[in-house]
Design a protein around this ligand. Structure first.
Ligand SMILES: [Zn+2]
Ligand SMILES: [Zn+2]
Ligand SMILES: [Zn+2]
Length: 477
């Protein structure tokens, strides 16, 4: 689909490289960097000799809320070996010499093309804004899941680079909250990966585990084996059996030498002694001291948290291209339409009627406005509802009052046309297609609407659900 001519040549001028009108900018290590200067370039190449600098630039771009920056194609030149999730996870490719720049143009064009598919309506809440930009990034890069990476810079020990880049190291609790939100909304599906334990005061995961005295909490403990001498039944700490001259053990009670463990003696357990309060005890406590807030807590009271790999659901994938608007909200506001659930019930009744009266004919139809999001993005959040209303009205004017319309999403509409003949349906499809394309072109600067309609006669032998799914398959696959 996208091709590059074989005779591509790179024209290099200072830090700018022009390959067939694809403009690259090379960011050299430790040179001054201004985000705004990157606006005019199609892609960036970071001289990645220094991980700290590379991380800094990647973070600056990917954490921006302006899609010009967070979706920018970024390549690394000669990167150093690193485990940094941001450096590793948020670049678009690696080159080892600027001679390879010509090989990057296809990728840059593909990323640009992908970014034109995205809806740039800004959601209202902060959580939704973060999720939206993360999903945009994933959509353009064809990333299907949010994978946790072990990360020293994260206070919980893991980060999900696409999300974590938007937060500072001490804000990891917020990263987890965003993931919870995305899961609650059904955008992602969790897959267990690991369990971590966090401070119950500050949610930090860097903890110092110690065995402490149950009486005074000191970790200044020494342990020694308990010895049980079988012949005389004496039990005592191993120190009582030792002498200062050699390694032989002899019983303090009966004065016999101990010979073979398991034969004449054994070590039934361990005895601990606190050097701080001088008490002896069998079981110590295990405490975890938080390296961030110094809170010292018994491990049973730590907060355990599952770390998941999150797979994008169908709903999640749709967020990038269609925004976060809930179709149900749209339907409530648009007159002359019914919710999809109601639509299915109506079809069910229609099928019942057809079973009793064989002469009845109904058609179901799905209409998809393939590139309508480009238009929604242009006209903005508020105007698009009005546009959708106008589209529904136009469709409504060209069908009969007894037909049903249901909106599945901002680009997909279901129709059921009742008591009609096939030739009449064909005529309706042609009329609606023609009028819709013309109205849109006339009102929006010759915008060329790409739309597809599939229809088929409603069968009385199969359920409405199955027929809708089958028709969707024809349209979308
Ligand atoms: Zn003994
Ligand atoms: Zn003690
Ligand atoms: Zn803490």
């Amino acid at each position: 689909m996208l091709s590059v001519s074989k005779s591509t040549k790179a024209i290099i001028e200072g830090n700018k490289i022009d390959v067939d009108n694809t403009l690259f900018y090379v960011i050299e290590s430790y040179t001054e960097f201004k985000l705004e200067h990157m606006m005019g370039y199609d892609a960036l190449i970071i001289d990645a000799q220094d991980n700290f600098f590379t991380r800094h630039i990647l973070k600056k771009l990917r954490s921006s809320f302006n899609h010009e920056y967070y979706l920018k194609p970024i390549f690394l030149l000669n990167p150093r070996e690193t485990n940094d999730p941001i450096v590793k996870g948020l670049n678009d490719g690696i080159i080892f010499s600027l001679d390879q720049v010509t090989e990057l143009t296809n990728k840059v064009k593909q990323l640009f093309f992908n970014s034109t598919q995205i809806s740039y309506n800004t959601p209202l809440t902060f959580e939704a804004q973060v999720v939206k930009k993360v999903f945009d990034y994933m959509f353009t890069r064809d990333i299907k899941s949010l994978t946790p990476m072990v990360d020293m810079n994260s206070s919980v020990g893991f980060s999900w680079p696409e999300i974590s880049v938007n937060f500072e190291a001490h804000e990891d609790a917020q990263v987890l909250e965003i993931l919870d939100y995305a899961e609650r909304e059904g955008y992602v599906w969790p897959d267990f990966e690991e369990r971590v334990y966090l401070c119950n005061n500050c949610y930090n995961g860097y903890l110092m585990y110690r065995e402490v005295c149950p009486h005074c909490n000191s970790s200044h403990i020494s342990s020694q084996d308990l010895v049980h001498h079988f012949p005389c039944a004496y039990v005592g700490p191993i120190a009582d059996f030792k002498n200062t001259i050699d390694n032989t053990l002899s019983c303090p009670k009966c004065h016999k030498n101990l010979r073979h463990i398991g034969v004449d003696y054994d070590k039934p357990s361990v005895i601990n002694h606190c050097n701080s309060c001088d008490k002896s005890f069998q079981d110590f406590y295990i405490k975890a001291k938080c390296l961030s807030c110094s809170n010292d807590v018994e491990v049973q009271y730590l907060i355990s948290k599952n770390i998941y790999k999150y797979k994008l659901t169908k709903k999640g994938r749709a967020v990038a291209v269609s925004g976060m608007m809930n179709a149900a909200e749209v339907v409530e506001e648009i007159q002359g339409t019914i919710a999809l659930d109601t639509y299915k019930i109506m079809l069910h009744y229609q099928i019942e009627r057809m079973r009793n009266n064989k002469s009845l004919k109904s058609f179901i139809m799905i209409m998809n406005l393939e590139n309508i999001f480009e238009l929604y993005n242009k006209i903005g959040n508020k105007a698009y509802r009005k546009l959708l209303e106008d589209i529904v009205m136009l469709v409504r004017e060209n069908i009969t009052p007894s037909d049903y319309i249901s909106i599945e999403s901002q680009s997909t509409m279901h129709l059921c046309l009742n008591d009609v003949e096939p030739y009449h349906v064909d005529y309706m499809v042609r009329t609606i297609t023609h009028k819709l394309k013309k109205t849109i072109a006339d009102n929006f600067n010759n915008f060329e609407l790409v739309m597809r309609i599939e229809q088929q006669q409603l069968q009385s032998s199969t359920s409405a659900d199955k027929q809708i799914i089958a028709l969707s398959k024809i349209l979308f696959e």
